[in-house]
Design a protein around this ligand. Structure first.
Ligand code: OFO
Length: 169
């Protein structure tokens, strides 16, 4: 049985993961409005990943005998100055999520919940990948600057991304 403290920490993070889903959905709409459909596809995959992250925790809390109560999801931004501005936000958001997963692991430590620690290892490794991917695209956008041809080339590359449902845990 999961402790109430650990359960509530997971519930808070489920809300953050659902917010991540919402934020990337809003970014997908932004890229679609610019006709950058490859970027929009990349965001669509990200949306599905975030839902999977939320559902992994949702199922885990229930499996451990906890209760899931969902809270309202914060409204995400809807406008950005440029694709570069979007990816600056993606990277800083993912860094924030990493800090949240670390905080969740602190609660698991405090409550001596070793099962939760093992479960959260997957999320921590995932964050290394999330930050590296977002940082990589951000670095490319910084190099691209105002070069529209290079931007469309990157858009074509991002159109290739395919969502593979993650196996969590
Ligand atoms: Fe983007 O990793 Fe979950 O939030």
């Amino acid at each position: 049985m999961i402790s109430e403290k650990m359960q509530n920490a997971f519930l808070d993070q489920i809300n953050k993961e659902l917010y991540s889903e919402y934020l990337y959905l809003s970014m997908k709409a932004y890229f679609t409005s610019l006709n950058l459909n490859g970027f929009a596809n990349w965001m669509d995959c990200q949306v599905k990943e975030e839902r999977a992250h939320a559902m992994g925790m949702f199922d885990y809390v229930l499996e451990r005998g906890g209760n899931v109560e969902l809270e309202a999801i914060e409204k995400p931004d809807t406008k950005w100055a440029s694709p570069l501005a979007v990816f600056k936000q993606v990277l800083s958001h993912e860094e924030y999520v990493t800090s949240r997963i670390n905080a969740l692991m602190d609660v698991a430590d405090e409550t001596k919940d070793r099962a939760a620690l093992i479960f959260l290892n997957w999320y921590l490794k995932e964050q290394v990948e999330e930050e590296a991917t977002a940082g990589g695209i951000l670095a490319q956008l910084e190099l691209i600057g105002d070069d529209k041809h290079a931007l469309f080339a990157l858009d074509k590359e991002l159109a290739q991304r395919v969502f593979n449902p993650p196996v969590i845990g």
